[in-house]
Design a protein around this ligand. Sequence first.
Ligand SMILES: [Fe+2]
Length: 253
Amino acid sequence: MHDPEIKYVEIAGFSSEVRDGTSSPGVSSAIDLCNAFSKATFPLLQSTPKHQNEWPSMTLKLPDLPYAYDALAPFMSAETLEFHHDKHHLAYVENGNKLLAGSKYEGQSLEDIVKNAYADKVAGLINNVGQHYNHLHFWQWMKKGGGGKKLPGNVQKLVDGYGGFDKMRTDFIEAGKGQFGSGWAWLAVKDGKLEVVKTPNGENPLMYGSKPILGVDVWEHSYYIDYRNARPKYLEAWFDNLINWEHVEALAG
Ligand SMILES: [Fe+2]
C-alpha cells in the first residue's frame, strides 16, 4: 500500500527517503535532496528550481536553465528558450506528476519509468515523462560557444568507430530532417557502438535498449520562432554552434 506520508525518491540513481507535507521540517530536507540531486547530476545547475512549490510530489521537477535565456542567441533566441523551458517543459513535468501520482511507477528512477512506461505502452507517461527526460538533457546538451569538431576522448572513439565526424554529423542532421512530425534525432550507444537514430514524439533510445548521449529536439516549439519552417537550418546551426560536447562525454563515459 502506498504510504501518503512517505515517498521514496530515486531519480537517475540518486535515492533517498523524504517526508512530504507543506509544514513539516521534511520539506526543507526534501528540497535540499532535490538540489543535491540536481548538482550531482547536472553540475551546471546551481540554483533552486523556481517552480519547486508547484510540484505535487518530489518525483519530477523542472530545473533552471544552466545559462541565461539570451545566452544561446543568435542560434536559439531568448524567446524560444522562455517558451520551450517555461511552458513546454513545465507542462511535461506537471502532466507527468499527475500521471505518476499513486501509480506503480511512483518511486522508480526516471530512467526506469521511461523504459517501463514504454514496455507497458502507457502513452501519457511515454510522452510526458519521456519528454521530461529528453529536456533535462537537452538543456545540458547546449552551451554558449558550443559545437566544433574537437571532441572529448570517449566521444571521439565512438565517432571514429562510426565512420568519422563528417559522416556522424551528416547522418545526425539527416535523421532530424527525416523525422516526420514531432520528435528527436539522437546519438546513442548500443553494445559499445555509436548509432544515429530518430524517434517520434516523446520517445527516446532508452525505450529501445540504447543509451542516448546526444539528442536534438525537432518539435516545432524548438525552432519555429527562430527558423520558421526551416528545420534543416536549425539543425545545422544547432550542431555547429550549440552542442555541449562535455555533456555528451559525461553520458558516454
Ligand atoms: Fe521540446
